[in-house]
Design a protein around this ligand. Structure first.
Ligand code: HEM
Length: 550
């Protein structure tokens, strides 16, 4: 009976589909042929139903396996912005096997951060960030890559209240004063010769963060390079380089076992090194606490670094050693490159706009004078410095697509359906250059922020360089403090000029997309002292120092 029915259906299909179907059915036999054709038919019907049910946002064409990768160039923030011109403010596409969403207008950003913040509060730890989250993020249990769990909320709270609050930061001004002084001394010693600013900024930022977080200097001429120190320095560079490489196994998970680029192997080895280095740091701190129990038991003690503070809170918040290592690793990686990049971009823009540098110097001289160094207590009295930093963050946000988020459940945005586990980029670079929000959007005009209510804390969705909502940067206060004081001191102490033979207009603002948004050509410039004695920044006899906290 069954064979009879299959034969009849097969002959009907053959009659409809013609010669090719005849050949195929005689090769496969009527039963198999009929099953395949019916299977295909059912699949088509399902696809139709599925398509009707989902209203996905528009976006570039997706090819099998690779998705829309060919429609994106290296400068991903810029190519997504170009797609917005064609497809609108919400774009859906695929990268490898994963669904991607790009949000590129202030209105949709507001909906995401305000109305749907909880739904999009996870990170892309199971999609494009899989390897980084697994190996560098301690199985995605760290702050930067975790889902939005009670443990994450607690770690964020500890960071904002115990480590990164204004009150806590004020206790470590001495560290920033000393490290900045070392950098200024080095710039002065160059006697107006040209140099690459990034390297000096990197050493200074690393030393500030290492001393604040780990209580120790890891960089600089005065540091004795032990095996531990070298291993730490190498680790910080290697992790940043590895994290910046896209892993094919993350894009196409069924290729993961092949590890075609050898990246997973490299990540595993680096994670072992990361655990070893951080464990040694923790053990050193534990030993010091045993030796000096009175100095290092309550978080109020000024001489405590972040590791000491976290160890002192271990019982109160039930923090494991692993939690502390993951948090320390996040803070080290989060605090350095983003901060130094903003200072570099600000100097680039000021060299290109000498009239703006002159306004800033006039205000610095008015508040600080020329016979002492800038102190953190001066910052609220130098509003023009704040707006120069804000404008720099508008034009050159160091994390232009924020850290990708993910919705663990199916949801909706801007009237579209968004499937579960979609990776979400918020293109703050495009939003903060949108002509609908900003007049002369591509130009550097710090004055636009004077008397403006737009702040950096994510309340105005046309301007969110630190993100917004539940996953906003935990280091906003420290980031702004470090950028403002470093930039203020550099511009107070020196006049900044282009390299010899170059004009201001020759300084490039081309960007390179990566872990942080860098200038394509690192700034090479000259710094000419403008104070009677630049050593007010590093000579203790000549300058009132921030109150002695150490
Ligand atoms: C000017 C300097 C900085 C900028 C522009 C910046 C920017 C950002 C951005 C855009 C995010 C992602 C926010 C989101 O997805 O909504 C982020 C996350 C983060 N930042 Fe910063 N940051 C800076 C400085 C710092 C500092 C100084 C620290 C630590 C001391 C830090 C630690 C972190 C951490 C831990 C996260 C992850 C938070 C989470 O996922 O819950 N950042 N930052």
């Amino acid at each position: 009976m069954e064979a009879f029915t299959s034969k009849r259906i097969a002959s009907l299909i053959r009659a409809k589909l013609g010669a090719a179907a005849y050949v195929l059915s005689s090769r496969l036999g009527p039963s198999l042929f009929t099953t395949i054709i019916i299977g295909l038919f059912v699949l088509l019907v399902f696809r139709k139903i599925f398509q009707r049910r989902w209203k996905l946002p528009p976006g570039p064409r997706n090819l099998p396996i690779i998705g829309a990768i060919l429609s994106l160039d290296k400068e991903m923030h810029q190519s997504l912005a170009k797609h917005a011109e064609k497809y609108g403010p919400v774009i859906y596409f695929r990268l490898g096997s994963h669904s991607m969403l790009a949000v590129q207008s202030a209105e949709v950003g507001e909906e995401l951060f305000k109305k749907r913040d909880t739904e999009f509060a996870s990170r892309a730890h199971s999609t494009i960030l899989y390897s980084v989250a697994k190996y560098f993020g301690f199985e995605a249990s760290n702050m930067g890559f975790s889902s939005y769990t009670p443990a994450l909320k607690q770690t964020r709270k500890i960071c904002t209240t115990e480590l990164l609050s204004s009150a806590r930061l004020s206790k470590t001004e001495q560290i920033r004063w000393e490290e900045e002084g070392e950098m200024i001394k080095e710039v002065e010693s160059l006697n107006g010769e040209e140099f690459e600013l990034r390297e000096l900024l990197h050493a200074m930022a690393m030393n500030v963060t290492c001393r604040m977080i780990l209580g120790k200097q890891y960089y600089g001429k005065n540091v004795v390079l032990t095996k531990d120190l070298r291993e730490f320095q190498e680790l910080m560079v290697e992790m940043v380089v590895a994290a910046g490489k896209p892993n094919i196994g993350d894009l196409v998970p069924w290729l993961r076992w092949l590890d075609p680029q050898g990246l997973t192997k490299q990540f595993k080895a680096l994670h072992e090194k990361q655990e070893r280095v951080l464990k040694a740091i923790l053990d050193d701190h534990k030993k010091a606490r045993e030796r000096a129990p009175y100095r290092l038991t309550t978080p109020s003690t000024a001489s405590m670094d972040f590791v000491d503070i976290l160890l002192s809170l271990q019982g109160k918040y039930q923090l494991s050693d692993l939690n502390i290592m993951a948090t320390v690793s996040d803070l080290l990686l989060g605090a350095t490159d983003s901060t130094l990049m903003v200072v570099q971009w600000a100097i680039i823009e000021l060299v290109r706009h000498p009239e703006t540098m002159a306004i800033l110097q006039t205000q610095l001289d008015h508040v600080v004078g020329k016979d002492r160094a800038l102190l953190e207590s001066d910052l609220p009295n130098i509003p023009f410095l704040g707006v120069v930093v804000k404008e720099t963050l508008r034009l050159h946000p160091p994390i232009p697509l924020l850290l990708p988020r993910m919705n663990e459940k199916q949801t909706a945005l801007h009237g579209y359906d968004i499937p579960a586990n979609t990776t979400v980029f918020v293109n703050v670079w495009a939003i903060s250059r949108d002509e609908r929000n900003w007049e002369k959007a591509d130009q550097f005009i710090p004055e636009r922020f004077m008397d403006s209510p737009v702040s950096v804390v994510g309340n105005h969705f046309k301007y969110t360089p630190f993100g917004a909502g539940r996953r906003q940067c935990v280091g906003v206060t420290m980031g702004m403090l470090m950028v403002e004081r470093t930039l203020g001191s550099l511009v107070h102490a020196f006049d900044w000029l282009p390299a010899k033979g170059k004009t201001c207009a020759d300084i490039s603002v081309e960007e390179r997309y990566g872990l942080v948004l860098e200038p394509k050509q690192p700034l090479v410039c000259r710094a000419v002292p403008r104070l009677p004695k630049v050593d007010v920044y590093y000579n203790r006899q000549h300058s009132p120092r921030p109150h002695d906290q150490l």
